[in-house]
Design a protein around this ligand. Structure first.
Ligand code: SER
Length: 880
């Protein structure tokens, strides 16, 4: 049999199913909001809560094939990609798991049987080698005595002797800096011709000769925030085998980049860019990164500067740079998407998004980054030109690398060509600062630790889907972020209960509000958040006092809840209507739901036409009028996938059984949110707006229930007012409005024409009024009721057509006269203009604005204007 991705995956799942394991679908690639991981990095992630004892698994034996991404945090293979034969950012991990069932012996026996069994993978036993943790004598004995492996082929791996890093050896596996962990035993494949030689140096296991294929972890501890290892109560097994790796061994190619899937993708890139070197590292990097990008983008992530989006951006940019190194200068990555998706689908990968949506995200990042790359080149050139010594500041190398994504070797190479040295010490300093900053993110325990509070010690249960008032116990009170025994009137704080009716902020939905009360006091809850398994009621004590261990009634504001429910159920109906009208590619990208309105973001390229929007609105309102019952049920991931139920990343997926909200046969969505009982409860929905918010993502804003009614009423009253103003009845409003606008435009035209005529008349009149004195043209005129703009227009025409002129024109504005005046430049010799300004301002006690030859001023119209004009006139005549 030719082994390939599809049949090796199948053989693995079937093998363990025959051993009593339940086949589970792998969890989503994007980790949910409440884990400390960005991306799923191992098959066991989705079972974390089972391992930690927060939840009990319904199955004690499970097997999965899990999509993983190792590009950050504790498990980061990014820098290795292309340089080793067995690392890829994205990979599929085959794993079997035991919860309080079998332990070391069975786990080891199962792995051995699958790898070496004649009807299974049939690998030569002589080529296999194992490692065990130095304290795990039990595993050592199983390998040597029960399986019969020679002692030189069982390598004992010790811990790092450094006390601080105690238990950080290669054979002690941890999902992250905190969480489930334990010793492991690993199986390696010996790829050398001398595989039967005795092994004398155990370090050889880390050489290229050995390929790590299977990691069997015995999860025995939970590492807490302070680094301590808390023993777990039940025996747990977590194993992981890289699908691509084992396929590469079974296909005798010993490199994941040579298995048929990668071989096809790499050959395609090489053909596209006309490169003959099929083992080129850059080709491997590009193929790896674009494969990962496809999986990330299809889970709703877009390139950005934080979290998942940052990783996606980094992968696209690294791929571009490797393209650059292969001599490519134009956008090309987006051209790979279609073929890659085709290859992935051939290997039974679920690709939900269409080629265009994915390639357009990549293309836009490519176009954008090419410009950035150019900027990086320019910056480096500029810095090199302005260098005073032959040493480049390490900070510049860092800036180019960090801000522009400019590869270090590229800077090095350019410097080398220019005989420039680089201050690497400074560069290293900048890098270590950067590492510190990023460690702060990776170790971000705010999700698990709240101001010194170890959250795993507490847990609260939300039981408020139908119970709006629940009697519960106060577990903890925080005031000014400190644990206190009592909280008093006026104090703001946080109260944690063992059980609550308050829904917390999640799934885009705002939290409930309400009160916690007993006979001693009332706490007003303004906001509710969940961290780990703990629900925080945030608010203020409005009367009396409350204490830890008090029994209180948690009572939500029912009307507020109802309004939120109306909006949340509306989003599900809208989602379904959007898919009906626009197509199945419409996938929710995000939402925000409060009691007044909701926003719904989704993938779609074009803006929606009014007809489309009306149709969508109509469909939703039909659903509402059909008064369909809304129910919730719990399903496992498998059934969710099989039934094509809408399942968005970020949902709480870790439960074995997830809450599915079902609206008749219209909508099935995995959702934790609160919903109305029947669609009729929504009453009515109105879409308010639709717009694009980023590339390929549209946003609809909508209101429902009483807010939608108020909105329609306010529109109606506005229309009534317009009808009244237009003296029209409602039915004729449109025609009346059109004819009014037409009339208005006509009148505007007439008015403009009249104005123009008036202007011309005024000019003719003014020209006639010119007095000539000693060869200078004088004009002193009052123009009644002219607007200032027209006054200036007249002035400019006069200036253009007359030479040697001094004029004062003025008009009336309210209770004032507004003057503008002008003195031709060629009359400068007559008198000092400053003198005139002084004369005017002292005479009329006003501010004169004057700019070389044009001026203006404004005076009260209680002057005798003729006398006034004469005074100016004679002052000037007197000067000539
Ligand atoms: N969790 C372990 C690993 O990722 C075994 O599955 O290697």
């Amino acid at each position: 049999m030719k082994f390939n991705i599809i049949n090796v995956r199948r053989i693995f799942l079937d093998f363990f199913e025959n051993k009593g394991h339940k086949i589970f679908t792998g969890g989503p690639l994007i980790s949910s909001e409440d884990t400390s991981l960005l991306f799923t990095n191992a098959g066991m992630n989705q079972f974390e809560d089972y391992y930690l004892g927060y939840k009990k698994s319904h199955f004690s034996r499970i097997v999965t094939s899990q999509n993983c991404l190792r590009v950050g945090g504790k498990h980061n293979d990014l820098e290795k990609i292309g340089y080793t034969d067995f690392h890829s950012t994205f990979f599929e991990m085959l794993g079997n798991f035991s919860f309080n069932d079998y332990f070391k012996k069975e786990a080891i026996f199962y792995a051995w049987e699958l790898l070496t069994g004649i009807n299974n993978f049939n690998l030569s036993k002589d080529r296999l080698l194992v490692t065990v943790h130095y304290q795990d004598y039990e595993s050592y004995k199983i390998w040597s005595e029960d399986i019969g492996i020679k002692s030189d082929r069982i390598i004992i791996i010790g811990d790092n002797k450094d006390k601080i890093n105690y238990h950080f050896s290669d054979n002690f596996w941890q999902m992250n800096n905190i969480g489930p962990c334990g010793p492991c035993t690993e199986i390696f494949y010996d790829n050398s011709i001398n595989f039967s030689d005795k092994i004398v140096d155990s370090n050889v296991v880390y050489s290229k000769r050995f390929i790590e294929i299977w990691n069997i972890v015995f999860i025995q501890f939970n590492r807490d925030i302070d680094g301590s290892l808390i023993p777990l109560k039940i025996p747990l097994v977590d194993t992981g085998m890289g699908l691509e790796r084992i396929v590469s061994i079974l296909q005798n190619v010993y490199s994941i980049y040579k298995i048929d899937l990668f071989n096809n993708m790499i050959t395609f890139i090489a053909d596209l860019i006309k490169c003959n070197d099929l083992v080129n590292i850059s080709l491997r990097v590009i193929s790896d990164h674009i494969r990962s990008c496809i999986f990330i983008i299809q889970d709703g992530i877009l390139p950005s500067n934080e979290k998942h989006g940052y990783v996606l951006r980094k992968l696209i940019r690294r791929a571009i740079i490797h393209g650059y190194m292969l001599g490519i200068r134009d956008s090309f990555l987006y051209k790979l998407v279609s073929f890659f998706i085709h290859c992935l689908k051939l290997n039974n990968y679920l690709i939900k998004l269409d080629v265009n949506s994915i390639s357009s995200v990549i293309k836009s990042e490519e176009d954008h980054f090419s410009r950035t790359l150019q900027k990086g080149f320019l910056l480096l050139n500029k810095k090199l030109i302005s260098l005073k010594t032959n040493v480049l500041d390490g900070k510049i190398l860092f800036e180019l690398y960090d801000t522009y994504g400019f590869p270090i070797y590229l800077t090095k190479e350019i410097c080398l060509k220019n005989n420039i040295l680089i201050d690497f010490i400074k560069f290293e300093n900048c890098m270590s600062e950067q590492r510190k900053r990023s460690r702060m993110y990776n170790n971000d325990t705010t999700k698990l630790k709240f101001n010194g509070l170890i959250l795993s010690n507490y847990s609260s249960v939300f039981n408020g889907y139908i119970n709006f008032e629940i009697t519960s116990k106060v577990l903890l009170i925080l005031v000014s972020n400190k644990m206190v025994k009592d909280i008093y009137t006026g104090q703001k704080g946080i109260i944690i209960l063992n059980e609550t009716s308050f829904f917390f902020e999640s799934s885009g939905q705002i939290s409930d509000i309400g009160i916690l009360k007993n006979n001693n006091g009332i706490f007003r809850v303004d906001k509710v958040k969940k961290h780990g398994n703990v629900i925080f009621h945030i608010g203020v004590l409005i009367s009396g006092n409350l204490s830890v261990f008090d029994i209180v009634c948690s009572s939500i504001d029912k009307f507020h809840r109802k309004c939120i429910e109306i909006n949340h159920s509306s989003t599900h109906l809208l989602h379904s209507a959007l898919r009906t009208v626009l197509g199945e590619h419409v996938v929710q990208k995000g939402s925000f739901i409060n009691h007044k309105y909701f926003r719904f973001d989704f993938f779609h390229k074009k803006s929606l036409t009014t007809d489309e929007l009306y149709l969508i609105e109509k469909i939703v309102n039909n659903y509402i009028r059909d008064n369909i019952s809304i129910s919730t049920t719990y399903m496992n991931l498998n059934d969710i996938r099989l039934n094509n139920i809408i399942f968005l990343f970020g949902e709480k997926y870790k439960q074995e059984f997830m809450r599915v909200v079902k609206i008749g046969n219209i909508s099935y969505e995995v959702c934790l949110g609160t919903h109305v009982k029947r669609t009729g409860d929504i009453g009515f929905l109105k879409i308010i707006s639709e717009k694009g918010i980023s590339l390929g993502i549209r946003r609809i804003e909508s209101i429902a229930g009483k807010y939608a009614i108020s909105y329609i009423q306010s529109l109606h009253s506005k229309i009534n007012l317009f009808s009244k103003l237009l003296n029209s009845n409602f039915n004729n409003l449109e025609n009346n409005l059109i004819s009014t606008i037409k009339n208005f435009n006509l009148l505007k035209k007439i008015l403009e024409k009249n104005k123009k005529d008036n202007l011309n008349k005024n000019i003719i009149f003014l020209k006639k009024n010119i007095e000539v004195f000693k060869g200078v043209n004088f004009l002193f005129n009052y123009l009644v009721n002219l607007d200032i703009n027209d006054l200036y227009k007249i002035m400019y025409i006069l200036i253009k057509t007359l030479n040697k002129i001094i004029f004062f024109l003025f008009t009336n504005i309210k209770d004032d006269y507004f003057f503008i005046f002008y003195i031709s430049k060629n009359l400068n010799y007559l008198f000092d203009k400053k003198e005139l300004i002084n004369f005017l301002s002292s005479k009329f006690n006003c501010k004169i604005c004057f700019n070389s030859d044009i001026g203006n001023f404004r005076i009260k119209n209680d002057y005798f204007i003729d006398d006034f004009v004469n005074e100016i006139k004679y002052w000037i005549f007197g000067k000539i």
